[in-house]
Design a protein around this ligand. Structure first.
Ligand SMILES: Nc1ncnc2c1ncn2[C@@H]1O[C@H](COP(=O)(O)OP(=O)(O)OP(=O)(O)O)[C@@H](O)[C@H]1O
Length: 427
């Protein structure tokens, strides 16, 4: 039986430099490592008051290394970094394929190629914090140390975003939906309205709503001139199903709001006695406005996903036939929704090896077959492939490097396929 050591892989190394970068590389930057930048201590605009930039913590001995790095030469990374106008990259795909790891890695690439970059995750599991080994929770922009140009990370808890919306629909002392319905003059109809799913919408929102609210919050604060400097925004989106539902939310809300307003009108015109249950006109209007505002925000998010000039949805997958089939279906659905897709990241590809153990040989064959399926898939074959290698340990740990002396803890080490290193600001 072949020994495990025979599987030792020589990981492909990808260069992070790009000739077409729109910005001059900082001449002081020691080949992509440890360039610090001046911390800013702004407070955010009133458009997004709940966000603020966390001041940079003093640097310390931790380094976090960037993860599964795309083969940009294969995938036209030059094209992704070129231009100084703002671009959004939405990374999405099946659960667990490496969306967060790839989003973190892509963000580092952008920052190292001259872009002020923001990477956003709406994953309540806080995988982005794990990827950067840095506490990014708290809804604040956190500077990530290391790249040549400023890179900020933001983790928004979608539950919190949804809570904020629910709070907005509450009157003081009220209880969520019931109160909201009261303010619409429909308190007595809460039960009947069950079929309209408004209660569900607010209390247990459909998958996608919480994420869409979080994305719309990010859009709101990025509209502020204070944040004009961000030219690359990378979103680590929720697994496939949620993304697709997110795109259909405006229609869903249209239907719900339409039905509610129609019902209200019908009752209002029925009798003046019933009319009196509507309460203050102003309150009604407020509640209706809030719902309408929500719909408008969802439309904006959907429009962002569809804007081919500024946005690209990058599908992340792994080389298994099952994952590839799901990616193909995702591609079809995105196309139907007019979401631009040009690239496919195939993550966790076994790196080249001179000799494989039996397990690796079988696995490699399997992966080859999946790659073949991609190449012959009518949907996926037209996309540019970004192949990202499987690394041999969990991508979350830390290489400790003390100035002057290096101490490696292999149980914590983050393996990489590139020289880029992010210095954590973790105390
Ligand atoms: N190229 C790779 N080599 C080895 N491990 C990887 C690679 N890419 C991702 N992983 C590991 O796979 C796991 C899942 O990765 P990640 O959290 O990035 O996936 P995800 O698609 O964002 O997951 P979720 O759908 O749950 O948000 C993590 O433990 C990560 O370290």
């Amino acid at each position: 039986m072949a020994k495990a050591s025979a599987c030792h892989a020589s990981f492909t190394s990808f260069s992070s430099s790009s000739s077409s970068s729109p910005f001059p590389r900082n001449p002081m930057a020691p080949s992509g490592l440890f360039l610090s930048f001046s911390p800013r201590s702004h407070t955010l605009s009133s458009a997004f008051p709940s966000l603020s930039i966390k001041p940079k913590r003093p640097s310390n001995s931790f380094q976090v290394r960037s993860v599964a790095v795309p083969a940009e030469d294969v995938a036209g990374f030059d094209e992704m970094v070129s231009g100084t106008e703002r671009k959004y990259y939405m990374l999405g795909g099946k659960g667990g394929v490496g969306k967060t790891s790839c989003a973190a890695s892509l963000a580092v690439k952008f920052a190292n190629n001259g872009h002020h970059t923001l990477v956003v995750s709406t994953d309540p599991a806080h995988s982005l914090s794990d990827s950067f080994a840095q506490d990014l929770t708290g809804g604040m922009l956190v500077p990530v140390e290391g790249p040549d140009f400023p890179l900020f990370a933001l983790e928004i808890n979608p539950d919190k975003a949804r809570e904020e919306f629910r709070d907005a629909t509450k009157n003081s002392g009220g209880t969520g939906v019931k109160d909201f319905m009261d303010s619409m003059g429909l308190g007595m109809l809460v039960e009947q309205l069950g079929e309209l799913k408004l209660g569900e919408l607010l209390d247990t929102p459909p998958p996608g709503l919480d994420e869409a609210i979080a994305i719309s919050k990010v859009m709101q604060f990025l509209e502020s001139p204070q944040y004009n400097m961000f030219t690359r925004i990378v979103f680590d989106t929720a697994p496939t199903g949620h993304t697709l539902r997110l795109l259909s939310l405006p229609d869903f809300l249209d239907a719900s709001i339409g039905k509610i307003l129609k019902l209200r009108q019908k009752i209002a015109s029925a009798t003046s006695a019933i009319k009196s249950v509507f309460g203050q006109e102003e309150t009604q209007q407020n509640a209706a406005d809030k719902l309408e505002q929500l719909r408008e925000r969802m439309v904006k998010v959907r429009d962002l996903f569809r804007d081919a000039d500024s946005t690209e949805f990058v599908i992340v997958t792994i080389p298994t036939v099952m994952a590839v089939s799901e990616s193909s279906r995702l591609s079809v659905s995105l196309k139907k929704e007019n979401v631009p897709v040009k690239r496919l990241i195939v993550n966790q590809i076994l790196p080249p090896s001179v000799s494989d153990c039996k397990f690796c040989a079988v696995k490699r064959k399997d992966q080859m077959r999946a790659l073949e399926v991609i190449r012959s898939d009518p949907e996926l074959s037209s996309l540019k492939l970004i192949e990202s290698p499987l690394v041999d340990m969990e991508i979350r740990a830390i290489t400790k490097e003390f100035s002057g002396s290096h101490e490696n803890d292999s149980s914590k080490k983050l393996e990489i396929s590139d020289n880029e290193t992010i210095k954590s600001s973790k105390a």
